[in-house]
Ligand binder design. Structure first.
Ligand code: PMP
Length: 351
């Protein structure tokens, strides 16, 4: 341990992100990126911004992007907060809404950044077990808490929670913020955005990293009633007076000008996902119901870490989690049809 570290830094267990190998060196199915490029409209807007005024600071309030997002969801700009990826918004939300008196609740199998942020901000948390089929049971969240956070669909299970169950969570926890992290919602889940008008305790978080092919731009946004958005702004403005850089602002705004492009990629990915699911099932895999751009799979005849290693040797990177309950599973991002054909061919050789 370094003599320079504070006791806080020494106590931290940082998040370990999925591997990012040298570009083009592997078939990369390990971090749920979109296999298709961003819309040409986005790329053109960024090119123009590169030739424009990068010497000037960006709009601290991200007004144009905020207005475009508000228009897209029939909300007001006061109901929208934008950030550098949804990870940054999650960090702000943990500080804005959760406290030390009661634990924040989240599923025992979920996005691993939640426990990292709880530890970083010194917030107590309780993990709520999924049931035997990896489902979230809203009744289990009726216990003292300072707030709830869960992804819908959940990651890495890919399983979605129906809207009526989100309602149950919101109604059972009226005095506390319920954060629904909809990073993968565009691939088939039921979005909670239409519930925002009804529930002042609901915050929905979206990202441009998945369905909009912009993981490299780092843009996410949160939607909720103005009081919650104000809470996020207080934390953010205490941390950084500029919201996004100029390229991210214009690129993200342009993405909302080309919805047809995003929709057609989603359709392709969902089709590929279902074809891949059937093919994996024919090879003996069990595959959870996916409403996301990834598949959560296990094989009765071969341990997941062995499949992971053998795929890696063949240049295919998927995600393995060395964690209780899910160490028999692999999470496989849905790539192009060509990438999935290579994956299936490799699986046939391995099994
Ligand atoms: N939430 C979930 C459930 C995720 O899987 C991810 C992606 N790793 C994120 C949030 C963060 O996405 P980003 O910061 O790229 O918006």
């Amino acid at each position: 341990m370094s003599i320079f570290w504070s006791s806080t830094a020494a106590a931290l267990t940082p998040y370990v992100p999925g591997e990012q190998p040298a570009e083009g060196s592997m078939i990369k199915l390990n971090t749920n990126e979109n296999p298709y490029p961003p819309s040409p409209v986005v790329l053109e807007a960024i090119r123009r911004a590169v030739d424009g005024n990068l010497r000037l600071y960006p709009d601290p309030n991200a007004s144009r992007l905020t207005a475009a997002i508000a228009a897209r969801f029939a909300l007001t700009p006061g109901e929208v907060f934008v950030g550098n990826g949804s990870d940054e918004i999650l960090a702000f939300a943990f500080q804005a809404f959760f406290d030390r008196d009661q634990p924040v609740l989240f599923p025992d199998v979920t996005y691993s950044f939640y426990s990292v942020y709880a530890n970083l901000f010194n917030l107590p948390f309780t993990t709520v077990p999924l049931d035997g089929q990896f489902r979230i049971l809203p009744a289990d969240y009726q216990r003292p808490n300072s707030g709830i956070i869960l992804p819908n669909p959940n990651a890495p299970t890919a399983i979605g929670l129906p809207l009526r169950q989100i309602r149950e969570l919101l109604e059972g926890n009226a005095g506390h913020v319920v954060i629904v992290d909809e990073a993968y919602i565009d691939f088939g889940g039921e979005s909670a955005v239409p519930l925002i008008a009804e529930y002042p305790n609901l915050l929905v978080i979206h990202t441009l990293s998945k369905s909009r092919s912009l993981a490299g731009l780092r843009v996410g946004y949160a939607l909720g009633q103005p009081e919650l958005i104000e809470g996020l702004n207080r934390v953010k403005n205490s941390f950084n007076s500029y919201t996004l850089d100029r390229l991210a602002l214009v690129g993200a705004e342009a993405s909302f000008m080309d919805e047809a492009y995003t929709r057609s990629n989603i359709t392709r990915i969902v089709q590929t996902r279902e074809n891949t699911r059937s093919a994996l099932e024919r090879l003996g895999f069990s595959v959870t119901d996916s409403e996301a751009n990834f598949l959560f799979v296990s094989h009765p005849a071969m341990p997941a870490p062995v499949i992971f290693r053998k795929l890696r040797e063949q240049g295919i990177l998927v995600r393995y989690f060395d964690k209780p309950r899910i160490d028999d599973y692999l999470r496989i991002t849905v790539g192009t049809d060509t990438e999935m054909a290579a994956l299936l061919k490799a699986m046939v050789e391995i099994l």
